[in-house]
Design a protein around this ligand. Structure first.
Ligand code: UD1
Ligand code: UDP
Length: 360
């Protein structure tokens, strides 16, 4: 049975690593990786393949950056060509990026069934490109792997109950897989100076970075905090601060994006996390580090339990007030599954593939 897995952006490499590891233990499935090339800089691309032992993609479309329409269109053409040649039994897509949408759309038009890992997430903010990508991908996928019961309920509301399976979150599997390795390190291998007390910040969402006034406000708020802010800069944010002439203040320690294991180490050691990233909100939750989210909504509402994660938008006072709150960190993490989402997904996929082949 042949599966083509379509990936292209940083969060998808981490999710795909969990599934590829499980597929390697199941000899009934042949997996082919197709990389769209959406992310291409070493620190947000190759580093993950090396570190997480992800097999080299058989195909890389090298699409690179562009406007939404142009980028997605180029992906569609490239993916369609490969699907026509490879004729897989299933296409597997992850999350909510333009690579997810292009992969699902190219496949479904060729009548190749699609499985969506991380289905059913909603921010209910249709101005986010990710929200549109999720809604469309969920509506055209045959198998929907939901990471939380909130996602299951949402898919039921959208009449997709028959396609939906609660699996837990592969990002939770991943954190559990690497956590002990990081905790047992004798010394840190971070490639830069890390103060003993700091907040870790990651900001990259279009709604925060594409408005110069908002982005300036975020940078000046971080500069006013009482302890240093370590800030691995996403290339989108790097490009924006350059074009808006924002000079980070002296309270900010700006670094290149870090690899996954360093990122988990930085979350574990930080006083608090300040982020607009979906993945980083959850990692802070899984690793018992309080989080302040620079957005007005989150798809991961479970993380808000006990003020573990606090939504602040971009308002400076709200951010500073939220950083003073001591959350209850002893909340139940089972809502993200039991750490075996990867195995469950492979089992469900195998069952479905056998069923589909028997029908033919
Ligand atoms: C994309 C996803 C977003 C996800 C994020 C993860 C979409 C619509 N957005 O956002 O959901 O949270 O990835 O990190 O798919 N750039 C580089 N080098 C690279 C890649 C990008 O310099 O290797 C710069 C380019 O200037 C590019 C900009 O970053 O225009 C944005 O990249 P893009 O892939 O379009 O979106 P992300 O912001 O990375
Ligand atoms: N990440 C990383 N290094 C960084 C920032 C993030 O390894 O410097 C990892 C982290 O595990 C996170 C994942 O990349 O969960 C995806 O994060 P990103 O913020 O890019 O995307 P999102 O989850 O918001 O789609």
């Amino acid at each position: 049975m042949k599966i083509i897995t379509i990936i292209g952006a940083r969060p998808q490499f981490i999710k795909a690593a969990v599934i590829s590891r499980n597929i390697n233990q199941n000899h009934n499935i042949q997996e082919i990786l197709l990389h769209t090339g959406q992310h291409y800089d070493h620190n947000i691309n190759d580093i993950f393949f090396d570190e997480l032992n992800i097999p080299a993609p058989k195909y890389n479309l090298n699409i690179g950056s562009d406007t939404h329409g142009a980028q997605t269109a180029k992906m569609l053409v490239g993916i369609e060509n490969i699907l026509l040649n490879e004729k897989p039994d299933y296409v597997l897509v992850y999350g909510d990026t333009n690579s997810t949408l292009a992969g699902a759309l190219a496949a479904v038009k060729l009548h190749i069934p699609v499985a969506h890992v991380e289905a059913g997430l909603r921010s209910f903010n249709r101005k986010m490109p990710e929200e549109l990508n999720r809604i469309i991908t969920d509506s055209i996928s045959e198998l929907l792997f939901a990471p939380t019961m909130t996602a299951v309920t949402q898919l039921e509301k959208e009449d997709r109950k028959d396609a939906t399976h609660f699996t837990g979150d592969v990002m939770y599997d991943s954190v559990l897989y690497y956590k002990n390795q990081i905790l047992s390190q004798k010394s840190s291998s971070l490639p830069f100076y890390c103060p003993s007390e700091y907040y870790l910040a990651t900001i990259h969402r279009a709604e925060n970075t594409d408005d110069p006034i908002l982005l300036k406000k975020i940078f000046s708020t971080l500069n006013e905090l009482e302890i240093p802010v370590l800030f691995p800069l996403h290339p989108r944010t790097k490009q924006k601060i350059k074009s808006y002439n924002i000079i980070p203040g002296s309270n900010l320690i700006i670094t290149e994006p870090v690899g996954y294991l360093h990122l988990l180490e930085l979350i574990l050691k930080s006083q608090k996390v300040i982020t607009d990233s979906g993945g980083v909100q959850k990692e802070a939750y899984f690793l018992d580090t309080p989080c302040v989210t620079i957005r007005e909504e989150t798809e991961w509402i479970e993380t808000l339990d006990g003020n573990h994660n606090i939504l602040c938008g971009t308002d400076s006072n709200r951010i500073k007030q939220a950083l003073l709150i001591s959350p209850n960190l002893n909340v139940n993490k089972n809502c993200f599954g039991d750490g075996h989402a990867g195995e469950k997904i492979i089992q469900l996929l195998t069952d479905k593939l056998i069923k589909n082949l028997n029908v033919l």
